[in-house]
Design a binder for this molecule. Structure first.
Ligand SMILES: [Zn+2]
Length: 64
């Protein structure tokens, strides 16, 4: 954890426009979506072009 905090401070110093937390959240979101697709079978019908997973209550863009 302290290692990550140090990296975050370093990166923010070099490129303040980029948020490491934002990138990390994006990464986690992608990971959880992959996990959901593989592990969760309880998806709703597409509503407004999006699916909803009843297991983790996430919304996904259709197209998979
Ligand atoms: Zn899910």
């Amino acid at each position: 954890m302290s290692k990550m905090a140090a990296a975050e401070m370093c990166l923010e110093g070099v490129a303040p426009r980029y948020s490491v937390k934002g990138l990390w959240n994006t990464f986690l979101e992608g990971l959880s979506q992959v996990h959901c697709r593989l592990m969760h079978k309880a998806v709703s019908r597409p509503i407004n072009g999006k699916y909803r997973c009843w297991s983790c209550l996430r919304e996904f863009e259709s197209g998979w």
